[in-house]
Structure formats: C-alpha cells, structure tokens
Design a protein around this ligand. Sequence first.
Ligand SMILES: Nc1ncnc2c1ncn2[C@@H]1O[C@H](COP(=O)(O)OP(=O)(O)OP(=O)(O)O)[C@@H](O)[C@H]1O
Ligand SMILES: CC(C)(CO)[C@@H](O)C(=O)NCCC(=O)O
Length: 453
Amino acid sequence: MDRPREIEADGNSNPIQISRLALDIGGSLIKLVYFSRDSGDHEDPLNDSVRISNGVNGRLHFAKCYQQYGVVFFIANFRAEFDLSSTDSFILGLACAYFVMLRTLAGQASFLELLHVDNFLIYVIFWPVLFLAYKMKVNSGFQHQENPTNDRSFIKATGGGAYKFSDLFKEKLGISLEKEDEMDCLVTGANFLLKAVNHEAFTYLNGQKEFVQIDHNDLYPYLLVNIGSGVSMIKVDGDGKFERVSGTSVGGGTFWGLGKLLTKCQSFDELLELSQRGNNRVIDMLVGDIYGGMDYSKIGLSSTAIASSFGRAISNSNELHDYKPEDVSRSLLRMISNNIGQISYLNALRFGLKRIFFGGFFTRGHSYTMDTISVAVHFWSKGEAKAMFLRHEGFLGALGAFMSYERHSLGDLMVNQSVQIPVDASSSTDTNYNPPERDLNETESMQCSVYQA
Ligand SMILES: Nc1ncnc2c1ncn2[C@@H]1O[C@H](COP(=O)(O)OP(=O)(O)OP(=O)(O)O)[C@@H](O)[C@H]1O
Ligand SMILES: CC(C)(CO)[C@@H](O)C(=O)NCCC(=O)O
C-alpha cells in the first residue's frame, strides 16, 4: 500500500504541521487524536530523547469535542495550537459565538427549518474536525488526487458516528471517513498505551493513586471495560486478539441523562461537581436502615452498605424537589459505578481474569467514581481482582483508529515517555509518583516518533 501523502516531508517552515487525524465519534462525545510534526527548529526543553533520523518526530495530540459549546472550547485551544493571529481568532470566535447563539435559540422547529438544520448542525458539531482537516491539507500538501477514483481526502474514524455521519461527511465536507471497527480500535488503543506509555495505568483505592508498572511479557489476558455512553467488556488476549464478552446499557450516558433530568444540570462537569458535595445516604436505603442500625455480618454486609440505591425515596412523602441535587447526583454516580464494577468483576471471574482496565470518558479521572468502581471490584472479588484506570481513558478508540494508519502503511509509533510525563530519573520508577495534577481529559499531547515501515 502506498505511503499516505500526509507524512511526506514538505519543507514547510510552519511550526505546526498536522499530518494525520483520527476520530472516534461516539454516542456522547467526539474524540480526536492527531499528529503534528516537529519543525525541528524548536526543541522541547523537556525532551531528553534522541532524535532518530529515520523517524518522523512530532507530538500526538488528544482532544475531545463537546457537542455543546464544542466550538468555543476548540477555538480557545486552537488559538495557541495553531498560532492564529488575534484577528483570525476574533473573527472565528465571533462566528462561533454566532453559531452557538443560534443553536441555543434554535429551540423551535420552525427556526431550525429556516436554517436547513442538517447543514447547520453538521457545521456546528463538526467544525473542529473541519478546521483540523483544513489545517492538515494546508500543512501537508494533502489534496485530492487528479484521478478522482483515488481519493485521498480521508480520515480514519471509528465509533457509531463513523457510520452515522459517513454520507454527511462525504456530501457536505468532501471527506471520506475510513471506518475502523470500534472494538478493534479500543483494544489497539489500550494495548498501545499500556505498552508504550509510562505511568499510564494506575489503581485508585481509598483516595490513594498508585501507578502500575506494566510487564509487557505479562500483560495478557486482561478485561477491558470501556465506559462510554454504554459499556463494553472485552477480554483481551493479545494484539488484535480479543472477544467482547459482555456489555451493559447502564453506563455514562445513563448517569448524564438521568442526572440531567433529575437535577436540571446543564453540563456533565456540573453534575460531577455536584456529586462531590452530595451525601448518598439521604436517598439510598442502607443495610442499617433495614436492620435497625445493625450490620448483617453473616452475609458480609455492614450497616453502611447500600441495600437499595434510591430506596429511601419510597419511604417518605418527599418529592424530587425536596432532595438536594448534590445528593441525587451522588446516589446516581454511586449506583452506576457500583453496578459497572460488579458486572466487570463477574465477567473477570467468568474468564479467570485478575486485571480489569477501565477506559471511556465516564470516569474522567474523578476520584469518587474510580473509588466506587475499585471498591466494588475489591469487595466482590475479596481482593483477588484489581481495578486499574488509564490516564488517556477516553481516547482508546480514537488512538486505535489513529494506529490503523500505521497498520496499513507505516511502521511503529513510538512515544517519548520522558516528555509525556516529566519525571526526573530518581522518580521514574516510583509507583507512587503522581504526575502534576491537571485535567488529562482536556487537550493533551505526547512526544512521539513515527517510523516508516
Ligand atoms: N464533557 C462531557 N460531556 C458529556 N459527557 C461527558 C463529558 N465528560 C465525560 N462524559 C461522560 O462520558 C460519557 C461518554 O464517554 P465516551 O466519550 O467514552 O463514550 P462515547 O464514545 O460517547 O459512547 P459510546 O462508546 O457508547 O458510543 C458520557 O456519556 C458521560 O457520562
Ligand atoms: C453500542 C456501543 C458499542 C457503542 O459504542 C456501546 O454503547 C455499548 O457497548 N453499549 C452497551 C450495549 C450492551 O451490550 O448492552
């Protein structure tokens, strides 16, 4: 197979050269992974790696697109990323504010009809993708071929949206989405991160985060639980060797959807933030509520264990508005995280798996969510199985789609780990080492090299 044009040197002195981009268009969020080549004339002070002459050095960027306000979020990032002039960003910002305002106003069908809703929404939702695709074309000389049957304007894409929006992308944007299987991508992304990135996996129990050193020779088998809108459970036996063994529709979409209805929260972050301040005991029925304050120790249940999520709400005449949104959010988060932890454990037990890695954007590095999942796995497995989380949790699919460029045309993608998480030599083997606190779910990048096959 031909090497994609995008990776050919173009001699362009533009410091940011987007050469490849992959998408994961899920039920709730759009995730992007893209590679920008180093121009070579500005060294990253944190980069202590050796530049390898036959590799293409650059950065792998991770970004996600909120469907709501996604445009404004991206503008803020692109301003720095692409060195937009202030006039450019002002004009783009105005255009985006206008779109967002229209979208907000567009509650009525008649108004949407006036705007030709399909065109309007595709430009609003996929504006960031368009912008990146445009940048990719400009920077890499990536163009339509003279032979129209050999169309190279394609982007690797996975997730349901790769199918759902395929025609729309082609018709309205002139971009073909080259579809990659979602499960395949999740596994490829997870395997890559676990093998190539230091301090990628960690355990989280009782507020203690501990990084796990992954032994490459002893990684398989493991259970990958991807908590997106819905939940997929995949038994992974090697590179490309996997089976989706289970799933549940009670996932991140359930938390966000039910939470939105019950608390009137306007954003997922707001809902998570509320949960941090809430007390689930107000709404959940505890074992102690049923057993007069006592443990039911014969079956291993303490008085504080939840006997019935939301069960307290039946025992008095309270209406929804009598409960604090904080408490509702807390109970909901706990119910869903517990349930996922329990089903995950049962599937691990089914196949004799000791390690469970959790991916997907539901966890969002949120301590209470991770703690609840870990406690469920720990409790049900009597400490036998281990719940582990991934720093790039939400990007497994997009990363897998990105890696499929390699599978088809390139050699390896290598990550320069010393840059991804700046650690000094003395701390690099410390499993308790905590990388600087920042939201890894927002835009992030890691230094890497692509090798030509
Ligand atoms: N900013 C956010 N806005 C909305 N949901 C968010 C946000 N951050 C995290 N989430 C949570 O992440 C979930 C989506 O996770 P993810 O992007 O991994 O899945 P998806 O690809 O959209 O879903 P699926 O794989 O089921 O199609 C949401 O349902 C919600 O619970
Ligand atoms: C349908 C997918 C795979 C889309 O990502 C995901 O949302 C999911 O795994 N849902 C759970 C479906 C089930 O197994 O019950």
